[in-house]
Design a protein around this ligand. Sequence first.
Ligand SMILES: Nc1ncnc2c1ncn2[C@@H]1O[C@H](COP(=O)(O)OP(=O)(O)OP(=O)(O)O)[C@@H](O)[C@H]1O
Ligand SMILES: Cc1cn([C@H]2C[C@H](O)[C@@H](COP(=O)(O)O)O2)c(=O)[nH]c1=O
Length: 225
Amino acid sequence: MNGYFFSFEGPEGAGKTTMIGKLESFLRERGFDVMVTREPGGVRIAEAIRALILNREYTEMDGRTEALLYAAARRQHLLEKIVPALEAGRVVLCDRFVDSSLAYQGFARGLGVEEVWKINEFAIDGYMPSLTVYFDIDPQIGLERIRQNREREVNRLDLETLSFHDKVREGYRKLAKRFAERIVVIDASRPLDDVFSETVATVLSRLEGSKRHFHESNRDDSCWT
Ligand SMILES: Nc1ncnc2c1ncn2[C@@H]1O[C@H](COP(=O)(O)OP(=O)(O)OP(=O)(O)O)[C@@H](O)[C@H]1O
Ligand SMILES: Cc1cn([C@H]2C[C@H](O)[C@@H](COP(=O)(O)O)O2)c(=O)[nH]c1=O
């Protein structure tokens, strides 16, 4: 497979969607064949699962049900959209991937990173991004950005407590330390242009590298906690 698989992660309002949009234009102008997609979603079945998971009315949703639904959406998305794009040699920019499940369901929801990884391992079957850009931000700032953005609908996960969102950030930071080779941390609290310059530099350096996507099989699971 000749494509590049890059994912973008962060707490709510970190600026992922904004940066991916700008990066898409930047790369297209330079002749790259780019595909932008998102999780949960990206294809019909996964978008239907997204609507279910994020529906604010479903306050009774169990944590494991939530984790399984994200993994199911991921599986369908991967098979229908990401793998064919990689096979066609495209640059895939994915707004969230498995690290979201590890940070939100594994750490913040308290299900355990190992357990959440296990169900996702089954879902992703070895496909992992070669680069994950993690936009780090204080959740209070991110949530405030979302509040200011009238076009952004408030979903079930947004309504979690601040302490939940703080745990999400803590989880991401642990993941970034554990997978330092794959996850690049960018301080997303800075002005948009600064965040974008660093994002471009990070992505370009990987596009020039040889590693495209890999099976994260040599994990040392001893440092999740
Ligand atoms: N560096 C920045 N400084 C100030 N505002 C920003 C910055 N980056 C993005 N924003 C604004 O913050 C809001 C949220 O950005 P965006 O939708 O890109 O975040 P997101 O990480 O995709 O959020 P979510 O995943 O929660 O939907 C938008 O109104 C966007 O214009
Ligand atoms: C993929 C994934 C996502 N989430 C959460 C993170 C956000 O709260 C929503 C998605 O909304 P966005 O506006 O598209 O960022 O879902 C999660 O908890 N687990 C996951 O695997």
